[in-house]
Design a binder for this molecule. Structure first.
Ligand code: ADP
Ligand code: MG
Length: 313
């Protein structure tokens, strides 16, 4: 069983894998941008079993904007929009991967699947009492006042805010584990997963957005991932990020990471959940945990780029 020897690599792609800062986010741009991380993932699939997770911030924001600007059709709840983005982004990643595997002549042996994924959250999660995550378009004050959802004044202006509860479990974990054992490349947990709560024997969607890095860590633990690589738009983890004394780190121990969290080096909602996800993954038995840029996934795995978080004092 040679297959058993292959390690499993989970790559979590940030929103910038599809839409770079300053771009409009046309479909052409998104397909072009995807070639950078997906080309690397295609090569890595020779050596590793692969799981790909991804964000959906700009895409779900655009769907919300489409809804806000059209009263002719009924509004859809957020969980349906998340499901839509899993479909559209899953399709874009899968078809890009398919053509790059073909170009790299790895195609015939590779099976790929994009999976709609639900992630359960606790109904009693304190996040539901304090929605903090801004989503969708900036609203005028007048629109904000008559908006049917909770709205907050953010740095950019008035925006709808939703709860960002902690992921509890990935509903399709057994399916994903089986697919990985069969050496499928699995694209799943898009946008942090479709948020659901358990109601007796069934699930009900909720108006929330789960952080994709935390959902990826939960998935990684549940399916036994060996290497967890978070790919984003900075080269790694920095001390004093954005200030003159900014310094990117190549390695940090888990104890150091906890200290840096206390000292406030990581912004909530962006780098903080990535560090928390890395810590959670290592605590759950993961082997390697990396945070790197979209363009340097392979180099990070070789220890030549990015930040590696390692267990230690
Ligand atoms: P993604 O879509 O990949 O999840 P995010 O915007 O959520 O991207 O997170 C990446 C961002 O985290 C960077 O662009 C940077 O602005 C921010 N950030 C905050 N603190 C730090 C830090 N200490 N080191 C590096 N980046 C940081
Ligand atoms: Mg993020």
């Amino acid at each position: 069983m040679e297959m058993k020897e292959k390690e499993t690599l989970l790559v979590a792609l940030g929103g910038n894998a599809l839409i770079r800062k300053g771009q409009k986010g046309t479909v052409e741009e998104q397909f072009e941008n995807l070639r950078v991380p997906v080309g690397q993932i295609a090569r890595l699939s020779r050596k590793y079993r692969i799981i790909i997770t991804h964000g959906n911030g700009p895409q779900v924001g655009n769907l919300l904007l489409q809804q806000e600007s059209c009263s002719a059709v009924p509004r859809l709840p957020l969980e349906i929009l998340v499901a839509q983005t899993q479909g559209q982004i899953g399709y874009m990643i899968e078809s890009t991967l398919d053509s790059l595997l073909m170009e790299q002549k790895i195609a015939p042996q590779k099976l790929i699947v994009s999976l709609l994924s639900y992630v359960t959250v606790h109904e009693g999660d304190p996040a539901f009492r304090h929605p903090t995550k801004p989503i969708g378009p900036v609203l005028s004050e007048a629109d904000a006042m008559k908006h049917p959802y909770p709205v907050q004044l953010t740095e950019k202006g008035y925006r709808r805010v939703v709860a960002s509860p902690r992921p509890v479990t990935i509903v399709e974990k057994n399916e994903i584990r089986k697919l990985i054992e069969m050496d499928f490349i699995v694209i799943c947990c898009g946008g942090g997963g479709i948020p659901v709560v358990r109601e007796g024997r069934s699930f009900a969607g909720v108006d929330a957005v789960i952080d994709k890095d935390l959902a990826s860590a939960t998935l990684a633990k549940e399916v036994g991932v060996d290497i967890f690589c978070i790919a984003t738009d900075v080269e790694g983890v920095a001390l004093n990020y954005g200030r003159r004394e900014e310094k990117f780190l190549r390695t940090i121990t888990t104890a150091e990471a906890r200290r840096l969290i206390q000292e406030g080096h990581f912004e909530g909602g962006t780098m903080l959940p990535k560090i928390e996800a890395a810590l959670e993954f290592l605590a759950g038995g993961g082997r390697r945990s990396l945070i790197t840029s979209i363009g340097a996934i392979e180099r990070a795995l070789d220890g030549k780029a990015g930040t590696e978080i390692v267990i230690g004092d």
